[in-house]
Design a protein around this ligand. Structure first.
Ligand code: NAD
Length: 407
């Protein structure tokens, strides 16, 4: 029996993406799988039900999409109601917020549902690059951040020389120059702004300069952590950083912030004083805006705030979703890549917990939390290195999910 893959309609109010697009549906079907799409799942990404049917997928109700699939693909962690419907042996794949909500992963482990959470992917393994949702979606978000900023800004981005006079170009500062930040820099440059970038990882200097932007060197001597990410700064370093950024912020018209530190809340880089001292008309776009706080004091997720000093702060946490068609196309390719790596040569589903990509990506399989970071978050002892969790998923993969029964 062929593997059944489903994609659900996202439940969050601001989410417009879908985990599988018609192109990937077609590719999975060509590879021998069956694809179920929840009715209307792709509409907000401009993929209507007909386009999935033309690709060979079946458009079904939610209950069928959840219960009949071996692999359920989502963008975000589904609601408790949906999680409760999942059964032993099924695989849930998406941005599952596993480190923010580790207890949900434990609930799935207790039901022997396998959960693969894109936030946990070991990104520096080259084989995993095609699965890297964080990169694909950050890149979309960075591009959109520059567009959203230019739209909210009351002046031109490029220099304009006209018969009626000359308009100076906008000055754009990007704080955090990883995947999203570099894309924001490239887009703002293409729009004609004068752009500078700032990061605590010295390695990012060359990348910023290669895009024609100025790199502002941080006083934090080496903020690089492991795996290419930044480390969390000490309170003293944070205070010094906020102080040195004050002048840069006051001197710029648009500030796009993207700074994240894995496993920590986003660093506060723009203080309330910095916001108060910004020029009227300044636009902040905070890609790190979250319920835990963001990079900019006063930013609110999914909201645009205008202060009484005429400063605009855009909570840009969900900007990838605003470019829903392209974001979904790339997300779906990442999903396809994981599925391809999960299906063995005989067409059976096999999560290998010893594989260096899957030991990271997999939050739980076969009733056990196997990701080391997640075990730490749940205060579980590390798994012995020579006895990785036994995987039984492949033994059950060719049975319909419902027949496996809840345990
Ligand atoms: P991220 O989303 O975790 O952070 C965004 C940026 O914020 C990073 O550049 C980080 O250095 C910066 N930052 C964090 N705290 C900061 C602070 N206090 N002050 C200033 N800047 C701060 O990171 P990301 O964009 O996903 O990736 C970071 C790096 O890892 C990039 O260089 C990227 O190219 C690299 N990466 C490599 C691979 C790979 O090797 N396959 C995959 C993904 C990312």
């Amino acid at each position: 029996m062929s593997i059944v893959v489903s994609a659900l309609k996202e439940e969050q109010p601001h989410e417009k993406r879908v985990a599988i697009d018609p192109d990937v549906a077609k590719r999975l079907i060509k590879a021998g799988m069956k694809v179920l799409i929840e009715k209307g799942a792709g509409v907000a990404s401009y993929y209507n039900d007909d386009s999935y049917q033309q690709a060979g997928a079946e458009v079904v109700d939610r209950q069928t999409a959840v219960s009949q699939a071996n692999i359920v693909a989502v963008v975000n962690l589904p609601s408790d109601e949906t999680l409760n419907q999942l059964k032993s042996g099924q695989v849930l794949l998406g941005l599952l917020s596993s480190l923010i909500k580790p207890e949900k992963m434990q609930q799935l482990a207790d039901k022997k549902v396998s959960a693969l959470s894109f936030e946990l992917l070991p990104r520096t393994i080259s084989r995993a690059q095609t699965m890297d949702v964080l990169s694909s979606q950050s890149s979309v978000a960075g591009y959109k951040a520059a567009l959203v900023a230019s739209d909210a800004y009351s002046k031109y981005f490029p220099m304009m020389i006209t018969a009626a006079g000359t308009v100076k170009p906008a000055k754009v500062l990007v704080l955090g120059t990883g995947v999203a930040g570099l894309q924001a820099i490239g887009t703002a440059k293409r729009l004609g702004a004068i752009v500078s970038g700032y990061d605590v990882r010295p390695a990012s200097k060359g990348e910023v300069e290669s895009l024609g932007a100025t790199f502002l060197t941080s006083s934090v001597s080496n903020g690089a952590g492991s795996g290419g990410y930044a480390r969390a700064l000490t309170p003293e370093e944070t205070a010094a950083q906020q102080k040195e950024l004050a002048g840069f912020i006051a001197d710029n018209d648009v500030i796009i912030t993207t700074a994240q530190v894995p496993g920590h809340k986003p660093p506060l880089m723009v203080t309330q004083d910095n916001v108060n001292n910004a020029k009227p008309g300044t636009v902040f776009v905070d890609l790190a805006a979250s319920d835990l706080g963001g990079n900019v004091a006063g930013s609110k997720p999914d909201e645009t705030v205008t202060t009484d000093k005429q400063v605009t702060i855009i909570g840009g946490n969900n900007l990838a979703s605003e470019l829903s068609n392209s974001a979904s196309q790339l997300f779906a390719k990442n999903v396809q890549s994981v599925i391809n790596a999960m299906v063995d040569k005989d067409g059976n589903l096999a999560i290998d917990p010893k594989d260096d990509v899957f030991s990271g990506l997999t939050a739980t399989t076969n009733g056990e939390i196997i990701n080391a970071r997640l075990r730490e978050a749940l205060k579980l002892d590390p798994l012995p290195k020579d006895e990785p969790a036994k995987d039984e998923t492949d033994e059950k993969a060719d049975q319909p999910a419902e027949s496996k029964g809840a345990e």
